[in-house]
Design a protein around this ligand. Structure first.
Ligand code: FPP
Length: 246
């Protein structure tokens, strides 16, 4: 792989890379509070780390990366903080279009785009359309994403197909549900990393994470480094995945 940056990596040759990594990018607010900065400063720092880590994942050969950027519950935050996050998303998406013309990353958004401003929605669609024929890592950015909401949508879609006579109730199986999630056609995450020391799933990929390995790290997201990612991959390699078997 031309963009494989071996020397940056502290992973040995025999390490097995997870095919799909999910990251709950948590701890921006606490990082800012520790420095007596506004929460938006934590998000800005977190945005820089997101850029570094997504590039690194692509460089080392991860096939799918899903990052939790904004949940369906995050709208409850103060307007000032939401405005700062929307600006951050807009800046990133403009930059992605401007600077990454030769990039191999396929950008996808998982979540309901409806509540975002027209210009943000247009940027999301432009990034998806502009990157869909690339051949590199799939980067799912979860924005206005909630896993329960995703499952409700899938149930509605299945119900509509039954009502329209396209399928029978007996045709409903796990694959049929998976095919109606935002992540349809993608493998389930092998590894989900949650920095900031919280032991919660926070409505992230509930269906897809049935057999995912969780790695909780005591680092706030803005302090997270490529070495921490390597560490999480090494921990993943020491897990004995049995998928319900023995
Ligand atoms: C959770 O930390 C973080 C968020 C709700 C925002 C995540 C967004 C970024 C990292 C920005 C970069 C994303 C893109 C796509 C450019 P928190 O605010 O809940 O932290 P706390 O638990 O310490 O308060």
């Amino acid at each position: 792989m031309a963009f494989f940056k071996k020397k940056k990596q502290s992973l040995s040759e025999d390490i097995v890379l997870p095919e799909h990594i999910g990251i709950i990018m948590d701890g921006n607010g606490r990082w800012a509070k520790k420095r007596r900065l506004p929460r938006s400063a934590g998000h800005n720092a977190g945005g820089k780390v997101f850029r570094t880590i997504s590039r690194y994942c692509s460089d080392i050969g991860i096939k799918y990366l899903t990052v939790y950027a904004f949940s369906t519950e995050n709208w409850k935050r103060p307007k000032e903080e939401i405005d700062a996050l929307m600006k951050l998303f807009k800046d990133y998406l403009e930059e992605a279009l401007r600077d990454f013309k030769d990039d191999s990353i396929i950008v996808r958004f998982i979540g309901d785009k409806t509540p975002f401003s027209d210009d943000l929605k247009a940027l999301m669609i432009e990034n998806e359309e502009g990157s869909k024929d690339r051949d590199g890592m799939v980067l799912n950015i979860a924005m206005n994403y909630g896993s329960r909401d995703e499952i409700v949508r899938a149930v509605k879609a299945v119900s509509a197909d039954v009502k329209d006579g396209k399928i029978n109730v007996d045709d409903i199986d796990e694959q049929l549900i998976s095919d109606r999630l935002y992540t349809a056609g993608q493998p389930d995450p092998d590894l989900i990393i949650r920095p900031s020391g919280e032991y919660r799933i926070s409505n992230f990929m509930l269906w897809q994470a049935a057999y995912t390995e969780f790695v909780i790290m005591n680092k706030l997201w803005p302090d997270f480094t490529t070495d921490d990612l390597d560490e999480a991959i090494k921990t993943f390699n020491n897990r004995n995945r049995r998928f319900g078997g023995v």
